[in-house]
Write a new protein. Structure first.
Length: 259
């Protein structure tokens, strides 16, 4: 089979959460460029409209739905709108996430709950809703959760984020075990440090330059570095892959582990 056929998503409806900025924008653009009809989901309507316009300008088929991933009613409404526009969602990318910078001793309960609600609870409930609908439609589907290398190791000041991402790795395995035989594959991608609008200034600071020395490949992640992993896990090219977390970190975890 030709690679172009293996990665062809023209029969897929892909929903991407957190699609108004950062990695989510790139995920949506790549899925659309490879034939998927894409549903953009995020809280910022104006940013969603801008992303939608760019994808349409490049020839993609896309709708945008304003929704908070922690709102269960909005979640169901989003899937309903996707089905009315394109049919059942068959690729779900759980990308929405939030961060924090509190040390453990000072971490408020409200902040702990905010991070876990978005980064872990929402991943489960959106996956659950997607899987229920995929199974009802007897459609083969793929769920791709965005984890992090902080799910495997920790840094100071990111306790809630690291705990949530570790949970995403284990959640991915547990859901794959239960759902794969019903035609729903569940996998994850664990990125290392990627420059985005949120962390760009920090990663370009003196501290960031020190951090990059610890990455064997010699740089932070950039646009395009996750395209292959996303397409593999979303398409027939990854038909026999489930319950896996693909680490894409430039080798950073090798240095952390001392391998």
């Amino acid at each position: 089979m030709r690679a172009a056929d293996m990665f062809n998503l023209s029969d897929r409806v892909a929903l991407v959460t957190g699609a108004s900025s950062g990695l989510g924008v790139r995920f949506a653009e790549v899925l659309a460029a490879n034939g998927a009809r894409v549903v953009l989901v995020a809280r910022r309507a104006q940013r969603l409209a801008e992303v939608k316009g760019r994808i349409e300008g490049a020839g993609g088929t896309v709708i945008a739905v304003e929704a908070d991933v922690t709102d269960r009613a909005a979640m169901k409404r989003t899937f309903d709108e996707a089905e009315r526009a394109f049919g059942p969602v068959t690729v779900l990318v759980n990308n929405a996430g939030v961060a924090h910078t509190h040390r453990a001793i000072d971490l408020p309960e409200s902040e702990w709950r905010r991070v876990l609600d978005t980064n872990l609870d929402a991943v489960f409930f959106w996956s659950q809703e997607a899987a229920r609908r995929m199974m009802a439609a007897k459609a083969r589907g793929a769920i791709v959760n965005i984890a992090s290398i902080l799910g495997y190791g920790v840094s100071k000041g990111v306790l809630a984020y690291a705990v949530a991402k570790a949970g995403v790795v284990q959640l991915t395995r547990a859901l794959a075990l239960e759902w794969s035989f019903k035609g729903v594959r569940v996998n994850a991608i664990a990125p290392g440090w990627f420059e985005t609008e949120i962390n760009k200034d920090y990663l370009q600071s003196d501290h960031g330059r020190q951090m990059v020395r610890e990455i064997p490949i010699g740089r932070f992640g950039k646009d395009g570095d996750l395209d292959g992993a996303l397409l593999l896990l979303s398409s027939e090219a990854g038909a026999f892959i489930t319950g896996s977390t693909l680490v894409a970190d430039g080798g950073q975890m090798l240095a952390l582990r001392g391998d």
